[in-house]
Design a protein around this ligand. Structure first.
Ligand code: ZN
Length: 281
């Protein structure tokens, strides 16, 4: 079945940033903090430099993104997060300090996201309506909590390649193949070097071409501490310039696509009771 993409386009490409900085490392090592500051500094490249490189690239292309930002990062780097907002991009939730929902009680999940939403509202004047779970790790508890917080869409699951509904929340699906972390995340001592930009450019160009052929969504996810590096930003500009110029491809923010789906979308609806593990008997 053909999906009715915005503007009558054949397919859509969403460009999204997970503005994590050092928050995942801080959360992961909270009980046994390492002496080394190496990975912290590597990750601080994102808020210090990478985010601005990516914002300039998007300005050049007149492309708007959705930026998922942990509340801790918004509190620590308010200037950068305000700049994201001022340049017309959407800000959305990504935990407080990048805590995966699997490690939180339902109350903790509510509290951390409520605090993050307040922090973002302090910068933009509005509470965010979108959520992406840290590491795309989800539980069935997340959806009721999103309803409680007035969040209307999620972007963490891979059960479709076009928007669908989970428990009444619009799911704007993701894909590991078009996330930069499996290619570029290299923190030393890994068996292989990070992928080169021509490899990623070729692979992601093929993903976009295939989405256009089949009428699906290509969800691109990048991290400023990884993809904000100069050659990688140049590769993204080369990848995205023809996308923006192609009127058969829609390039909505995740929030715009979620709103569009509520008004015009077709496809799956997954009730909450069908999201979890089925019984064995
Ligand atoms: Zn993240």
């Amino acid at each position: 079945m053909t999906y009715p993409w915005p503007g009558g386009a054949r397919a859509a490409v969403c460009f999204t940033l997970d503005f994590d900085g050092e928050s995942p490392h801080l959360w992961r090592t909270r009980e046994n903090p390492p002496v080394s500051v190496g990975e912290l500094e590597q990750r601080r490249y994102g808020p210090r430099r990478g985010i601005r490189n990516l914002l300039s690239m998007m300005d050049n292309l007149h492309l708007r993104a959705t930026v998922f930002v942990p509340g801790w990062i918004a509190a620590k780097y308010p200037e950068q997060v305000a700049e994201v907002h001022d340049r017309g991009h959407e800000l959305a939730l990504h935990g407080w300090c990048h805590e995966a929902p699997t490690g939180l009680t339902r109350d903790e999940l509510h509290r951390t996201l409520d605090r993050a939403a307040d922090t973002l509202a302090g910068i933009t004047g509005e509470r965010p309506v979108g959520y992406r779970s840290p590491s795309w790790d989800m539980t069935t508890d997340v959806f009721p909590v999103l309803h409680e917080l007035g969040v209307t869409y999620d972007s963490s699951l891979m059960g479709e390649d076009r928007p669908y509904l989970v428990d009444g929340i619009v799911e704007v699906p993701v894909d590991w193949a078009t996330d930069d972390a499996p290619y570029y995340r290299y923190v030393g001592g890994d068996p292989r070097p990070p992928a080169t930009t021509p490899e990623v450019l070729a692979g992601w160009s093929a993903e976009i071409a295939a989405a256009k052929k089949l009428g699906s969504l290509c969800m691109i996810t990048v991290h400023p501490w990884l993809s904000g590096r100069p050659a990688r930003v140049a590769a993204l500009e080369a990848l995205l310039a023809p996308v923006v110029a192609d009127d058969r491809l829609a390039t909505p923010t995740a929030g715009e696509l979620a709103t569009h789906h509520r008004e015009h979308g077709t496809g799956y609806e997954v009730p909450l009771e069908e999201l979890g593990r089925p019984g064995h008997d």
